[in-house]
Each structure stands twice: as structure tokens, then as C-alpha cells.
Design a protein around this ligand. Structure first.
Ligand code: NDP
Ligand code: 8X3
Length: 248
């Protein structure tokens, strides 16, 4: 029996990168996936390719929008993946609007999703709540203060939810990747494609599918097994500040 067959999953940040790959992998495993993000065109194109999926246009920073999107859904699986970073400037040179957006999305967004989806899963006595953290939630690197703070908070949220919900039947998992080649750097560098491309130059970075594979593994274990934390590194990366690049 396939543990994921016909499960109803919500994936935030499904319009791109890791979230899109998770939505694809879960669909392939038999789930019906609610695809959540802000960019309608990308979500609709993905929904057309994923049988059983549907679009939930929302901003995770808006608790009412998140609650409305999941109202009436009997979710079995939630992946709180939406997130972003801006820049690598020290805090004293960064914009308060940008760091508010990062913290509101990466931290309060996860809390908004948890608040809206956990009551139903707890009531039904089963479900999986997966956060996509980062190695930036385990190590701090120069120029990463705000983003690292947000991902350290995500790790605290994962730990806190597990403690608060123990015995409920809901499992909690955090998947914390190192460098994954997505639009993350394009967003971080505010659309500067050359700078974003340079981040991955000469490195076999993780792919979004690698992260999706880890999520799929965690949520397909038997009910008595809770895969708590998965840290994924590219083989070329030893820490957030240690990376080897090919000379090509
Ligand atoms: P992408 O930029 O490719 O995807 C980010 C996703 O988040 C998009 O779907 C975007 O959708 C969504 N998103 C951003 N802000 C909001 C919002 N306010 N409301 C709803 N959705 C939002 O980057 P990744 O796939 O790489 O990032 C996904 C997650 O993985 C993030 O949490 C990131 O921190 C984490 N991560 C990334 C790593 C990497 O190296 N790439 C490594 C470790 C973790 P839209 O703009 O349509 O709303
Ligand atoms: C994204 C990976 O190393 O840029 O979470 O922080 S890193």
C-alpha cells in the first residue's frame, strides 16, 4: 500500500524551485496537491501538468488569506516551503522594508500556515507538517544575518510544534538544505541574473528534486516513525562558508 496515495497535500511556494519540485514528487507519489503562492500564471501552468492538483493564490504573510485557502480542506500533509532572502549586506546597510518582508514571509508565514492547518490534522489524529528550513538555520554566515535569523526561527518553530503537538498523531519534519540551484539567488540579488548565476558557477549544487526526494522519504514512513530533521548538503559544500568550485 502506497502511504501517500490520495493524500491531500498543501505546498506553499509551489510556483518555483523547491516547492514546485515537491509538488511534482508528491503528485507522482499519489497525492492531490494544493499549489499555493502569489504568481497565478505559474501556479496555473503547474496545475495543468499535475493531475488532481488545484491552485491556492495567496500570500503567506496574510493570515486571513491562508486560513481562507485551507478552509474545508481535509489536509493530510503540509509543506511550509515559501521563503526568500534579500541581499548580503550587513544589517546596518539593509532596508527595513526588505528585512521585514524576509521575516514576515519566512517566520510569520510558517506560523500562519501552521495555525491554519494544524487544528484539522490534530482533530483527525494524523498528518505531516514539513518545514523547509536551511543550513542557514544551523550556521550563521557573513551577510546572512536576517535570513539566518529567519531560518533559525524556522528551526525553533519546528521544535516547538513537535513539543506542543506530541501525541496528536501529527508528525513534524524539517528538511534543511544547503545550496540548491533555484531562483532563490535571483530573488536575493533583486533580479541580477549574472550575480545569481555566479553563486552556482563550478558547483554541482543540490537540485530542487533532491530536496523533494527527502520530503517524500520523510512523509512516506510508517505512522510510528517520525523523521525529524534532514540536513542535505551538496557534496562540494562543507559548511555555509566552505565550498569548492571546479575551475570551469
Ligand atoms: P524560489 O525563489 O525558486 O521559490 C520561492 C517560492 O516562495 C516561490 O514559489 C514564491 O512564490 C514563494 N513565496 C515567496 N514569498 C511568498 C509569499 N509572501 N507568499 C507565498 N509564497 C511566497 O526559491 P527556493 O525554491 O530555493 O526556496 C524555497 C524555500 O527553500 C525557501 O524557504 C528557501 O529559504 C529555502 N531554501 C532554499 C535554498 C536554496 O539554496 N535555494 C537552500 C535552503 C533552503 P511567489 O513569488 O509566486 O509567491
Ligand atoms: C539558502 C542557502 O547558504 O544561501 O538557504 O543560506 S544559503
Amino acid at each position: 500500500m502506497n502511504a501517500l496515495q490520495d493524500r491531500l497535500a498543501l505546498v506553499t511556494g509551489a510556483s518555483s524551485g523547491i516547492g514546485e519540485a515537491i509538488a511534482r514528487a508528491l503528485t507522482e507519489a499519489g497525492c492531490r496537491v494544493v499549489l499555493a503562492a502569489r504568481r497565478r500564471d505559474r501556479l496555473e501552468a503547474l496545475a495543468a501538468a499535475l493531475p488532481g492538483s488545484r491552485v491556492a493564490l495567496l500570500d503567506v504573510r496574510d493570515p486571513a488569506a491562508v486560513a481562507a485557502a485551507v478552509d474545508g480542506l481535509e489536509l493530510d500533509l503540509v509543506v511550509a516551503n515559501a521563503g526568500l532572502a534579500y541581499g548580503t549586506e550587513p544589517v546596518q546597510q539593509s532596508s527595513p522594508e526588505e528585512f521585514a518582508e524576509v521575516l514576515d514571509t519566512n517566520v510569520k508565514g510558517v506560523l500562519n500556515v501552521a495555525r491554519a492547518t494544524l487544528p484539522g490534522m490534530i482533530e483527525r489524529g494524523r498528518g505531516d507538517f514539513v518545514t523547509i528550513g536551511s543550513v542557514a538555520g544551523r550556521q550563521v554566515y557573513p551577510g546572512g544575518t536576517v535570513y539566518c535569523a529567519s531560518k533559525h526561527a524556522v528551526r525553533a518553530i519546528y521544535e516547538g510544534l513537535r513539543l506542543d503537538c506530541v501525541g496528536s498523531g501529527v508528525r513534524f519534519t524539517t528538511v534543511d538544505p544547503g545550496m540548491v540551484e533555484t531562483d532563490f539567488s535571483l530573488v536575493r540579488f533583486r533580479g541580477d541574473a549574472d550575480r545569481a548565476k555566479a553563486v552556482y558557477a563550478g558547483v554541482d549544487a543540490l537540485t530542487p528534486a533532491d530536496v523533494a526526494d527527502a520530503v517524500r522519504y520523510a512523509v512516506s514512513r510508517p505512522p510510528h516513525v517520525n523523521v525529524g530533521e534532514i540536513v542535505l548538503w551538496a557534496s562540494a559544500q562543507a559548511s555555509t562558508t566552505s565550498l569548492t568550485r571546479r575551475a570551469d
